[in-house]
Design a protein around this ligand. Structure first.
Ligand code: GUN
Length: 278
């Protein structure tokens, strides 16, 4: 039986630590959450983020903007929130509608309030090993590994996926933790062979159950970032869990693995943002 990495329990532990810190130090944090349009998945994510704020004792202010919101209107709201001393963190739920330039929006958020860690300054700091906000999903994966007693140093880490939100910052974080890192993507030749080298395999491919035992070395640690709804209504990840579970040493389930960690690390970033202005 592999070690099942319990993201729900670990995320709860992190949220409880933050809740205690907020209460004991009388930290006043408020997160502004902006959603443009009403993509159902985004509505669920945004709702969960607001619930987590409430649990920890962080305020949240919601901006639910119509699909037709212009880029200029959204930029104006961000400018107002950047100037607002009552707001420590600003989050614009992605994706934004096609008529809005995502990069322009991300760049406009003050780096001091960039709790998603998506701004060029935050990414640059991560790249050169300076303190800053780190993208929540990859930061959560590092916490999962550390709190499960899995060491990264010197190990072969393979990341499948090169998105700005997960793949690239994941590679940088593994490198910062002294892993030996390979990043694979849709154009990678010999994907199976490269994945089979991994001591730690991070699957952020975006394709349901693509990663089966042909991609996994005996004894590897497998982290599944994907989440997909199957025709039968159940959730699955990028990894074919049942196919690999007898050869891995540790694995994250879907749901209950990486997913809850993203929100826990967002809360961590919100508390960090509030600590910085104290
Ligand atoms: N869309 C999917 N994941 C995320 C995330 O972590 N932050 C934001 N703002 N949007 C997302």
């Amino acid at each position: 039986m592999p070690q099942i990495i319990d993201g729900k329990a670990i995320s709860t532990a992190i949220k409880d630590e933050l809740k205690k810190e907020v209460a004991e130090n009388n930290i006043k944090a408020t997160l502004a959450v902006i959603q443009v349009g009403n993509d159902p998945a985004s509505t669920v994510y945004v709702g969960n983020k607001k619930k987590a704020c409430e649990y920890i004792g962080i305020g949240s202010r919601s901006y639910e903007l119509p699909e037709e919101t212009t880029e200029a209107e959204l930029l104006k709201l961000i400018d107002d929130l950047n100037r607002d001393d009552g707001i420590n963190g600003i989050l614009v739920q992605l994706p934004v509608p096609d008529h809005i330039d995502e990069h322009k929006i991300i760049e406009r958020i003050s780096p001091q309030k960039d709790v998603d860690g998506f701004s060029p300054e935050s990414v640059g700091n991560l790249c050169i090993g300076r303190e800053g906000f780190v993208s929540c999903t990859p930061a959560g994966i590092i916490e999962l590994l550390k709190r499960s007693g899995i060491s990264i140093e010197g190990r072969e880490c393979v990341v499948i996926g090169r998105s700005n939100i997960v793949g690239k910052p994941m590679a940088l974080l593994l490198l910062a933790n002294n892993g030996t890192v390979t990043v694979c993507h849709s154009r990678t030749v010999n994907l199976k062979e490269i994945c089979k080298r991994a001591d730690i395999l991070i699957a952020a491919v975006g394709r349901p159950r693509m990663i089966n035992r042909d991609y996994v070395k005996e004894g590897a640690v497998v982290i599944d970032v994907g989440i997909h709804r199957m025709d039968n209504g159940k959730l699955c990840g990028d990894v074919d869990y049942d196919d690999v579970s007898d050869i891995v040493s540790a694995i994250t389930p879907v749901p209950g693995g990486v997913g809850p960690m993203t929100i826990a690390m967002l809360m961590y970033n919100c508390v960090k943002a509030a600590r910085q202005v104290k």
